[in-house]
Design a protein around this ligand. Structure first.
Ligand SMILES: Nc1ncnc2c1ncn2[C@@H]1O[C@H](COP(=O)(O)OP(=O)(O)OP(=O)(O)O)[C@@H](O)[C@H]1O
Length: 289
């Protein structure tokens, strides 16, 4: 149960572990953000910067406001106070037209894939392109097949309905749709939820490749530690209604806070770290040979 507003007078303890070498204007800038639902305070004076080209993962206990924060970055909800800038534009002050224009520069992969069930894979991916009303159908056709290829879906899947697809294929089709307008910024909400470990590893590898090749900035929410350690450039921990710590995983893990100890350093976290270290030393020795 979140605390009530009056109880939040304690100044937030903030620890920003951003390495000095990161420079340039942030792609997403959140300043002094408050979110209240009635008398319940979810975010209190929250600040966060997300930089070009990084994969920033937001973690936090259940109900700490990760989804709400993501929705505020997408302009789907307005904060009670404070400012969210995306590509330098204040999204909380944008008109519906400005917001629509901004939405064309980012993609979003929702937790359940969220494909339109009445549309084929092809039409789902074509949907954002057709909404622009500026592209001829033959260009759309080529672009859709290219996006499908990028995510590892062959053209034979183009006319399938979402109900004919496996969980992994739904995620791939939804990712292709999120990439339809060639965004610079990609939001991922629990990208590997519901996938078995092999499919999850394959999807993580796909995100790594696309992030590298398309030079994407990625903002992700996940509870899955394997996904988190494999992908994140930095991790932002939401606790006590603000960003308690933000930095590379090795730095965040050293922060002495009960949530961090419980989340990262329990048996699940140790296992995920061991797998990551094994993978890294394998990659290192392969690149030496
Ligand atoms: N529109 C709303 N009206 C009232 N309360 C809301 C609304 N949206 C979210 N909340 C509350 O805000 C809190 C944060 O919700 P949110 O879904 O962002 O949490 P979360 O960190 O994503 O949790 P989880 O990890 O369990 O998905 C929750 O207590 C939720 O019930």
């Amino acid at each position: 149960m979140p605390d009530q507003g009056k109880a939040n007078s304690r100044p937030p303890q903030r620890l920003n572990l951003r390495p000095d070498e990161e420079v340039g204007a942030p792609v997403v800038q959140i300043r002094n953000l408050w979110t209240r639902f009635g008398r319940t305070v979810i975010h209190q004076d929250l600040n966060l910067d997300i930089y070009d080209g990084e994969i920033l993962t937001i973690v936090g206990g259940s109900g700490t406001g990760k989804t709400v924060l993501l929705r505020q970055m997408l302009g789907l909800e307005r904060p009670s106070q404070g400012c969210v800038k995306v590509f330098g534009e204040d999204i909380s002050a944008a008109s519906p037209e400005q917001l629509q224009n901004m939405r064309n520069h980012w993609g979003m992969l929702f937790q359940q894939g969220a494909l339109y069930s009445a549309l084929t894979v092809f039409d789902n991916i074509a949907f954002p392109m057709r909404e622009l009303r500026a592209l001829p159908e033959d260009v759309i056709r080529d672009a859709v097949l290219l996006k499908m290829d990028m995510v590892g879906l062959g053209p034979e899947h183009a006319n399938k309905m979402p109900s004919d697809l496996s969980g992994g294929m739904i995620k791939r089709a939804a990712l292709a749709r999120a990439l339809a307008l060639e965004p610079r910024l990609l939001f991922l909400d629990e990208p590997t939820a519901g996938l078995d470990p092999d499919l999850s590893d394959a999807f993580v590898a796909l995100i790594q490749t696309l992030h590298r090749e398309l030079k994407l900035t990625v903002v992700m929410v996940t509870h899955d530690l394997d996904t988190l350690f494999a992908l994140s450039s930095r991790i932002a921990v939401l606790a006590e209604k603000h960003v308690l710590a933000v930095g590379p995983s090795c730095d965040v893990l050293r922060v002495d806070h009960p949530f961090i100890k419980h989340f990262f350093l329990g048996p699940r976290g140790q296992r995920a770290l061991e797998v990551l270290e094994e993978r890294q030393s394998r990659d290192d020795s392969e690149s030496e040979n």
